[in-house]
Write a protein that binds this ligand. Structure first.
Ligand SMILES: *[C@@H]1O[C@H](CO)[C@@H](O)[C@H](O)[C@H]1NC(C)=O
Ligand SMILES: *[C@@H]1O[C@H](CO)[C@@H](O)[C@H](O)[C@H]1NC(C)=O
Length: 282
């Protein structure tokens, strides 16, 4: 029996290369969710702008940022939290949000999404959101958004809900929560939006005492990826386009090998039956 060596080798190389077709990314953690139905969003009120959260939408789908992390404690078993705002979602569509980070910063991430309704009805979420927003605004006024728009990976400036001449609301740390609740109840526009919470817990042990005392912020990419036909992530499409001709080629090579094998087996069968007949004659 003879299988052309170069064909077998080609089939092997092709299947092996398919395994590595996915980019060898760093670590990835993700959450998959269905975009909520349209909800009233406070369009007139600039409070969502004033929260200072970084945003993601299907058009502005990638964000490079630094996420604060900490070692797990009794109060914060999943580490430090960061909040983001997902907007312009397509109601009922499946999406995934991924966090990608370097293996040199071992971190355990936990991702959750909350609708406006859930945020509004949960005092715990409201206060955690308010606390994060206050920290953001206190560290430097809209420092995060300035940084984001300077970053060349951030392709589009965030959409502003603020009317050009409306004054910026002064957020008082004591009443952010009330302001937020008021804003969320003032109905003016419907949109499919979500709050995204990312918890980051440091996941390493090192002899370097500096690194054991204070955890470095984790440099991460946050990517919002819609699923095409609610089946597979949009970002996988280039891989599929690349893999398809290869799959077709592999199919035909496989068919050829199978045919060669069956011919070989049939021939071998014929040979042995011929021999038997020869024996009988003798
Ligand atoms: C992140 O950590 C730094 C240093 O501890 C702190 O100054 C900053 O306010 C934190 N940022 C947020 C959003 O919590
Ligand atoms: C500990 O880590 C910090 C931050 O990476 C670094 O600057 C410092 O040199 C390290 N110290 C030692 C003793 O390796």
């Amino acid at each position: 029996m003879y299988i052309p060596g170069h064909l077998a080798l080609a089939a092997h190389l092709v299947t092996t290369s398919l395994l590595y077709a996915q980019p060898a990314a760093a670590n990835v953690e993700k959450t998959i969710f269905i975009a909520p139905r349209l909800e009233p969003v406070p369009a007139e009120s600039p409070v969502i702008d004033d929260l200072g959260l970084q945003r993601l939408s299907p058009e502005e789908f990638k964000l490079r940022t630094n996420l604060n992390a900490s070692f797990p404690t009794q109060q914060l078993p999943d580490g430090t939290e960061s909040w983001f705002f997902l907007e312009d979602l397509n109601p009922g569509q499946r999406y995934e949000v991924r966090v990608c980070w370097l293996a040199t910063q071992p971190t355990a991430f936990t991702l959750d999404t909350y609708s406006l309704g859930e945020a509004m009805s949960s005092p715990a979420i409201l206060s955690s959101l308010a606390k994060y927003s206050e920290t953001l605004l206190a560290s430097a006024p809209s420092k995060s958004s300035v940084k984001a728009s300077n970053d060349k990976d951030y392709l589009y400036p965030p959409k502003s809900r603020r009317q050009p001449n409306s004054p910026r609301v002064k957020l008082d740390p004591r009443n952010t929560k009330d302001l937020l609740r008021d804003a969320l109840t003032s109905i003016s526009e419907v949109e499919s939006v979500l709050f995204l919470r990312i918890l980051a817990a440091a996941d390493y042990y090192t002899a370097n005492s500096t690194l054991m005392e204070s955890v470095q912020p984790v440099k991460a990419d946050i990517i919002l990826d819609p699923f095409l036909l609610n089946v597979f992530p949009r970002s996988l499409v280039p891989t599929v386009i690349y893999a398809l001709p290869v799959a077709v080629l592999v199919y035909f090579i496989g068919a050829y090998i199978a045919k060669t094998l069956s011919i070989a087996i049939t021939t071998a069968g014929d040979d042995s039956s011929n021999k038997k007949e020869v024996k009988k004659d003798q």
